[in-house]
Design a protein around this ligand. Structure first.
Ligand code: SF4
Length: 67
């Protein structure tokens, strides 16, 4: 498994400015730190955490076929 070496090269390349150093993460994205770390535990855990976040923050997304 390859690991991030924290070089920062990806940060300016992200088209939606979604990459931050962990110590500069805006407060509103803090819940996603736990979700990102959960990738090592499998997608079942990630989906559980993501669904919990969505329910807690009333995040709604239309089904793919409706987009
Ligand atoms: S480009 Fe981004 S993900 Fe890749 S090593 Fe550098 S900081 Fe980590």
């Amino acid at each position: 498994m390859e690991e991030c070496i924290d070089c920062g090269a990806c940060e300016p390349e992200c088209p939606v400015e979604a990459i931050f150093p962990e110590d500069a993460l805006p407060d509103k994205w803090e819940p996603f730190v736990k979700i990102n770390y959960a990738y090592g535990d499998g997608m079942g855990v990630v989906n559980q955490l993501t669904n919990a976040y969505a329910a807690e923050h009333n995040v709604q997304s239309p089904p793919l076929e409706a987009r």
